[in-house]
Design a protein around this ligand. Structure first.
Ligand SMILES: Nc1ncnc2c1ncn2[C@@H]1O[C@H](COP(=O)(O)OP(=O)(O)OP(=O)(O)O)[C@@H](O)[C@H]1O
Length: 595
């Protein structure tokens, strides 16, 4: 990782040396041609005023040639500079996308999706100004400035008595205001990203805002965000305007001062009259490139802030290291959690504390526990959103961090499914692009045509349909490990029973992990792991666990079944308990028939 965002960008540009060199050469050529035109024209004027004869035809030819070179150089420069800029933007967008893919499941950076999309779109776009209009221009301006100054010195060093100090002032002007420029730049990028994040949040939450009558309040909040952005923009524009005005003042002062110097030198006979206009062009004209650099540097704060945000994202460390080379997992693999410890942040509490259990191939294991016990965390580790701090998870004997294509081995039906805009078929094919979605949809008990549009986030489907598309998506991958996180919570009882049967069939040749609050689902599992406070409180077959009246599962269950009153552990108790299990719903379950 490089120390500063600007150095990192310079290094990125440096990797495209040839394209950048073309930009430099074309810009330099254009600048030199422009200087040549000015000097030639001034030469002609000077000689005409002094009454000297000049071969006009030859000079007209030179001027025409220089104009042609300047025109072609401008065209060439515009083309190559933008070509390079768009190439770099595409590359940066790719790097930002990779970074988001790397860090996103864990969301460690704590950045909101709108904020991240602002980085992908707006921050990266801002850098176009740097690539296409700043870097090469600043470097060539220095060359033209040096050349103009050197020629002026050759003519008469006193010509620079006014313009040189003014040039120094012009070039250092952006330095005087650089702190303010940086602050404005950072505030501008932050305010833009904040607004983008809130707008996206608002669009996504429109249904809730409408249902809860919160549209007006949200609108007021967005208006406040917009006002904040406008305030920052105004402050930035005010500073930029002041700098531009100061530059104008300096340029005017330099021109007037140089004119006086030239007039004095001509009157004293130290400078021939014919050289007067050329002297003027060289002395005051060399200010042009300096002003150009100063105007470009006016945007330095914004550029630096954008570069900082992009750099911060692309250099964010990956949450999990790339998989190292390990043996391929054994066929028909078991999943083994071996003394797994995990905390989300170094200073946070340990969320999993020595969790060990096995999901044998062909069996279904249910993870049970109160809210916050660590069930979803186990799933996240099995999907390798994070790695355990201690202990390990093995798939067919191979540690997860040695498996290259984990997504083809482990698939998931998450609790909050995300469907992409497109057809149901497209969504089902997410993990298996060449699969026919129809059989998977049939197994997931969904009779809709695969070409049915799902809408953004699946808004054109019911909750139950969305859940079944998610199940079909997981089944289409045909991975040997299946994770079901509350997969059938959104279904009506009839569909729930049918789907439970279908999943039971699918589970026969897989290792299946089910996170379930519904005791009816738990009952179907071959093995139950009860998590309590990040530890495995107990595990075993349902019948065995429920037979222990003081066990965790029994206690968890008793909380919800006060009507089971017989002596705990007795035959009758067990019978009553089993019947009650089918009726009982845990928090978060929906009443029967509601979906
Ligand atoms: N991304 C995260 N960053 C920090 N802490 C987290 C994060 N996700 C979960 N936690 C914490 O880890 C603990 C276990 O959470 P987890 O989601 O695994 O519980 P759970 O058993 O799945 O709960 P539920 O049944 O409510 O979904 C909780 O205390 C939770 O606050």
């Amino acid at each position: 990782m490089t120390a500063s965002p600007m150095r990192w960008l310079a290094r990125t540009v440096g990797e495209h040396r040839r394209a950048f060199a073309s930009t430099l050469v074309s810009h330099l050529l254009g600048q030199l041609a422009a200087l040549g035109i000015a000097v030639t024209a001034a030469w002609l004027v000077g000689h005409a005023v002094a009454g000297r004869t000049t071969p006009l035809d030859a000079f007209a030819g030179i001027l025409a040639g220089l104009v042609l070179v300047a025109t072609l150089a401008t065209w060439w420069e515009t083309y190559v500079a933008h070509d390079l800029a768009y190439l770099l933007l595409a590359r940066l967008r790719g790097e930002v996308y990779d970074a988001i893919a790397r860090i996103s499941p864990s969301r460690r950076l704590g950045r909101r999706s709108g904020d991240l999309s602002a980085t992908v779109l707006s921050d990266v776009e801002t850098l176009e100004w740097l690539f296409a209009h700043t870097l090469a221009q600043s470097l060539t301006a220095g060359t033209v400035l040096t050349l103009g100054t050197a020629l002026a010195v050759l003519l008469d060093p006193r010509l620079l008595v006014v313009s040189l100090p003014v040039t120094v002032c012009v070039l250092t002007l952006p330095l005087w205001s650089r702190r303010m420029s940086r602050r404005h730049g950072e505030e501008l990028r932050e305010a833009t990203a904040e607004l983008a994040a809130d707008v996206i949040d608002t669009v996504q939450g429109m249904r809730e805002l409408t249902a809860f009558g919160a549209l007006e309040r949200r609108r007021a909040m967005l208006a406040e965000r917009t006002r904040r952005l406008a305030r920052v923009q105004a402050a930035n524009a005010g500073r930029g305007g002041l700098e531009a005005a100061l530059l104008d003042l300096l340029v005017a002062a330099a021109a007037a001062g140089t004119l006086l110097v030239v007039a004095t030198l001509v009157r004293s006979g130290d400078l021939p009259l014919a050289h007067g206009p050329v002297a003027m062009v060289l002395a005051a004209g060399s200010l042009g490139p300096a002003v150009q650099v100063a105007l470009l540097l006016k945007e330095y704060g914004t550029l630096r802030a954008a570069a900082g945000r992009v750099h911060g994202l692309v250099t964010a460390p990956a949450e999990v290291s790339p998989p190292s080379d390990g043996p391929a997992p054994a066929p028909a693999p078991d999943v083994v959690f071996e003394d797994v410890h995990f905390r989300y942040s170094a200073d946070g509490p340990e969320v999993l504390r020595g969790v060990s259990f096995t999901i044998p191939h062909g069996k279904t294991v249910a993870l049970v526990g109160r809210s916050g016990a660590g069930k979803t965390t186990c799933v996240s580790l099995l999907l390798r959103y994070w790695d355990p701090d201690r202990g390990r998870i093995l798939l067919g004997g191979t540690p997860l961090d040695q498996i290259a294509d984990l997504s083809s081995h482990v698939t998931v039906v998450p609790q909050d499914v995300h469907l992409f805009a497109g057809t149901i078929g497209d969504n089902v094919r997410l993990g298996a692009p060449s699969a026919d979605p129809a059989p998977a949809l049939a197994r997931a008990q969904l009779t809709l045509d695969p070409d049915t549009m799902a809408g953004e986030r699946g808004v054109m489907l019911s909750g139950g349909q969305r859940a079944r598309v998610a199940i079909a998506r997981a089944l289409a991958v045909d991975a040997p490990v299946l994770i079901l996180d509350e997969a059938i919570a959104n279904l009506d009882p009839e569909n729930e029973a049918r789907l439970a049967d279908a999943l039971e069939v699918a589970a026969r040749d897989r290792a299946t992990l089910v996170i379930a609050h519904r005791l009816s689902t738990i009952r179907r599992a071959d093995h139950i792991v009860v998590l309590h406070d990040g530890r495995v409180a107990e595990q075993g077959a349902f019948e065995d666990l429920i037979a222990d009246s003081e066990g965790h599962l029994s206690r968890l269950f008793r909380l919800r079944s006060p009507e089971v009153s017989d002596e705990p552990g007795s035959e009758r108790w067990l019978d009553q308990a089993k019947q009650a299990l089918c009726r009982i719903r845990y928090p978060g379950d929906r009443p029967a028939g509601q979906h």
